[in-house]
Each structure stands twice: as structure tokens, then as C-alpha cells.
Design a binder for this molecule. Structure first.
Ligand SMILES: [Zn+2]
Length: 100
């Protein structure tokens, strides 16, 4: 399934950055095979950033209905709470930072 569909099943906003971050928090990202997780690919003509993973070394796993169901279950058990709390605190800190 495509990413917005997957996000919807998880009850998440249909944005790739959000899905990627949350799957990462749950340890569901997979190591990029092109760069073996280094984020660098030396054979590019322009720079050495791996295009397969955008230089992060990790890629989204196959977005299946089964994975979405597993994610929902783990969410219901509260496994994503520490991550969401972290995000909330970061947002609050950014909002109270001077010069904004
Ligand atoms: Zn890569």
C-alpha cells in the first residue's frame, strides 16, 4: 500500500517524515542495502550521499497491512508514548526559544 494509506491505518498524519520518524522510534526501519547503513555511496557522480535512503542509512520497510496492524497494537500498548512525549517537549522548547 502507499504511504498515506499506511499512515491512515496507523492513525498517523499522512506525511513521509512523520511515518519515517515513528517507524524509527518503533525500530521498524530497515538498513539501506545500497550503502549498508552508512548513508554514503561513493559511486555517485555528484556527491557521496546515498540516494537510496537520502543519507540516513535507513529505509522504510515494506508498508503492508500486516505491519500497520502490528504498529497499531504496539501503539495501543503505549510503545510510542515516550517518543511522542519527546516530540512534545522539543516543540515546547522551540516555541519558548528567544527570537522566534
Ligand atoms: Zn543508503
Amino acid at each position: 500500500m502507499d504511504l498515506p494509506d499506511f499512515a491512515l491505518r496507523c492513525g498517523w498524519p499522512p506525511k513521509e517524515a512523520v511515518v519515517r520518524a515513528r517507524l524509527g522510534a518503533l525500530g521498524c526501519l530497515v538498513t539501506c542495502r545500497r550503502c549498508q547503513g552508512s548513508g554514503k555511496y561513493e559511486h555517485n557522480p555528484l556527491d557521496s550521499r546515498c540516494y537510496g535512503c537520502g543519507g540516513t542509512g535507513q529505509r522504510l520497510p515494506p508498508l503492508t497491512a500486516r505491519l500497520a496492524a502490528q504498529i497499531r497494537e504496539r501503539q495501543d500498548r503505549g510503545e510510542l508514548k515516550p517518543y511522542l512525549e519527546q516530540c512534545r517537549q522539543r516543540r515546547a522548547a522551540a516555541a519558548s526559544a528567544p527570537g522566534r
